[in-house]
Design a protein around this ligand. Structure first.
Ligand code: NAD
Length: 456
């Protein structure tokens, strides 16, 4: 099948590369010329494990290319995906990229050849069958039915996007009519996972329900972390580990086979990234438009918004005062194995520290000084960030942090305080004199003066 993918970002490019890998003929379209040029050089414009290799393979085989001629590419395609960004502006979904992209797609649709347009971007219910359908009909001069229309939300996760796409757990096919749905199902013919054929609006809602569920688990865990931090004798790690062993969540006694969902049922500094925060916001706004007060989602967002402040409060409690202190923020991207800074909670931690008068030095294995996020000094190494620092805050759960020589690193700090905002160092042995503060565990100030280790 000849496929056009409009929007060559995380979702569009991964979808394009994977479908080309499966044998389809794919052209990725983007309005950013540098992105098009990078893809045509087989360079992934962002970090995603396995993507660069797949791009090279498909470019060499002649099954994948990128272009900025959206109209021409659409005219020559059987199936057209819309995969542009749908960010949040003023708390509601901003559909301007999608409507602009849909206009071009409409101009490229051809009479007498049933092409299928598939909305892969995350959009609030009703967007595809009203707004997008209207734009496509107006700009093409055709009626839906002479072209097919689907909503096919994407569930891949950054950091494991290629394997998530190739080993999908479900494919949701929102269809205008059966013919539209079968065109999309053909495309995914080799996938063995469940395929759910449903209405366009259900497909759109399913994506929000999925992300809202994940965000709820994160905020549930973080609410317990905050309560445990205020309750002597409790530790959220032990509390939630025991919850995980519920036979409805775990294979009994086999910690290696715990359900993946449990990674969201852990304390941290909150959910971030390009999806959960903006999708929860868009859904809350949408619910209110429908005259429904989303009590639970409001609380989920409020817990998330409070978490960075709670984290820096732990550092403040340990060092006495943030004003004039130097704090190393370790990890800036929203999660490991990406270079994506969008809506990262780490950036909020860095910003709050600066607002409280601290000097921030940040280190992230994926971020260089040129990126200049959060207005903080970006260090090339952990040593540079930690030398003479009064505290370190771990804000992203990079696994490599656990492999560092913390005895050596702490010896370079002015005051040896490590706040573990992701609880990734709970098995690390710290030398005498280091104050290690995991999240979700109460600590007494008195102990800290002697440099007590709060963590395990
Ligand atoms: P992105 O910002 O990484 O990429 C969007 C791309 O679209 C950019 O390259 C941009 O230049 C391009 N673009 C914008 N307007 C265009 C136009 N008119 N014509 C051509 N190209 C245009 O976005 P993303 O993270 O891939 O997200 C895309 C959609 O998928 C969003 O709705 C998002 O919510 C959803 N989604 C994202 C993820 C994720 O992990 N990133 C996962 C599931 C779903």
């Amino acid at each position: 099948m000849r496929i056009a993918i409009v929007g060559t970002g995380y979702v569009g490019l991964v979808t394009g590369a994977c479908l080309a890998h499966l044998g389809h003929d794919v052209t990725c379209v983007d309005k950013a010329p540098e992105r098009v040029a990078a893809v045509n050089r087989a360079e992934a414009p962002f970090h995603e494990p396995g993507l660069a290799e797949m791009l090279s393979e498909c470019l060499v085989a002649g099954r994948l290319r990128a272009s900025n001629d959206g109209i021409g590419v659409v005219a020559n395609s059987d199936v057209i995906f819309l995969a542009v960004g749908t960010p949040c502006r003023d708390n509601q979904i901003d559909l301007s990229y999608l409507t602009a992209a849909a206009e071009n797609v409409g101009k490229g649709l051809r009479r007498g050849k049933r092409q299928t347009v598939i909305v892969k971007s995350t959009v609030v219910p009703g967007t595809t069958d009203t707004l997008i359908r209207g734009i496509l009909e107006q700009t093409s001069g055709l009626r839906v039915g002479s072209f097919g229309l689907c909503a096919n939300p994407e569930f891949l996760r950054e950091g494991s996007a290629v394997s998530d796409f190739m080993c999908a757990d479900r494919i949701v096919v929102g269809q205008w009519d059966e013919q539209s749905g079968s065109a999309l199902a053909n495309l995914y013919g080799s996938f063995e996972c469940p395929k759910l054929f449903t209405t366009l609006r259900n497909a759109e809602m399913i994506k929000y329900a999925s992300n809202a569920f994940l965000a709820t688990l994160v905020s549930f865990s973080n609410e317990f972390a905050a309560i445990c931090e205020a309750t002597p004798g409790t530790d959220v790690e032990e509390v939630l580990n025991a919850v995980h062993l519920d036979r409805r969540l775990s294979y009994r006694g086999d910690s290696a086979r715990r359900l993946g969902i449990l990674t969201y049922l852990r304390a941290g500094c909150g959910y971030g990234g390009s999806c959960l925060p903006k999708d929860v916001s868009a859904l809350r706004y949408y619910a209110r438009q429908q005259k429904v007060t989303p009590h639970l989602l409001d609380a989920v967002a409020a817990v998330n918004a409070a978490r960075p402040q709670q984290l820096i409060a732990l550092a403040e409690k340990a060092i006495g005062c943030l004003r004039g202190a130097t704090v190393a923020v370790l990890g800036l991207v929203f999660k490991p194995d990406t270079d994506d800074l969008r809506d990262s909670q780490s950036l909020i931690v860095a910003k709050l520290l600066q607002q409280n008068g601290a000097t921030v030095r940040a280190y992230d294995p994926m971020i260089s000084a040129m990126d200049d996020p959060a207005g903080a000094r970006i260090c090339a190494t952990a040593v540079e960030a930690l030398t003479d620092a009064d505290a370190a805050i771990i804000a992203t759960a990079w696994p490599e942090f656990a492999a560092w020589n913390w005895a050596k690193l702490c010896s370079m700090m002015r005051r040896q305080v490590v706040v573990d905002g992701r609880n990734v160092l709970t098995n690390t042995k710290f030398p005498e004199g280091v104050t290690y503060i995991p999240i979700g565990k109460h600590f007494e100030l008195g102990h800290l003066k002697e440099g007590a280790i709060v963590g395990r």
